[in-house]
Design a protein around this ligand. Structure first.
Ligand SMILES: [Zn+2]
Ligand SMILES: [Zn+2]
Length: 190
């Protein structure tokens, strides 16, 4: 029983150790932030370790993060597990590639979000015309030189028009408000 217990206990022990002031004296280490679990690399060849503020490379945020030396000593546990250390070190060596991939993913997610929002606005536009019993003839992408004319505020919901969906109603040539309204069905000026 004691053998089994001690094995279990040993496994539960985190494979980390305290960070001390000596660790800024020139050795490479990878630590884990106890609050946000970020993996942070201290590379003595890449950073100035003499100051009060120390920059570490974040393997999860793909950028440098700066901390007070005292915060690091308080918050960082150095990873001593050989496998985990090796994996993190490999990621650090590939950091330029990983950062580029990360940025591509962010960009793709952003484009997808915009496309979804645009589809939602076009859907609202169709319902807007339907409610007015006007035909839907489609939308096209706003030209770079499109002039919004004097229509700067949405007559339907009242917000300032910002061409959020980059879409123009084919019938009236008006940009779509995020509520879906175009210039069709706007009360004539008096
Ligand atoms: Zn509107
Ligand atoms: Zn229209």
């Amino acid at each position: 029983m004691t053998t089994k217990d001690s094995v279990v206990r040993a496994r539960r022990l985190p494979a980390t150790e305290d960070l001390t002031d000596d660790d800024f004296a020139g050795s490479f280490w990878i630590g884990k932030h106890s609050a946000d679990q970020d993996l942070l690399v201290f590379d003595p060849n890449a950073v100035d370790a003499d100051g009060e503020i120390i920059a570490l490379y974040s393997l999860t945020q793909h950028r440098a993060r700066s901390f007070r030396r005292s915060t690091l000593i308080e918050r960082i546990r150095i990873i001593t597990d050989a496998e985990e250390h090796a994996r993190a070190k490999e990621d650090y060596e590939k950091r330029d590639l990983l950062r580029a991939t990360h940025e591509q993913e962010l960009e793709a997610a952003r484009a997808e979000r915009l496309e979804r929002q645009r589809a939602a606005v076009v859907g609202a536009h169709r319902r807007y015309l339907e409610a007015l019993e006007l035909p839907y003839d489609g939308v096209r992408e706003t030209d770079a030189d499109h002039r919004p004319g004097r229509r700067t505020k949405c007559h339907s919901c009242g917000i300032a028009l910002d061409d959020f969906a980059r879409a123009v109603c084919v019938t009236c040539d008006g940009v779509l408000c995020s509520c879906g309204a175009c210039a069709c069905g706007r009360a004539p000026r008096r």
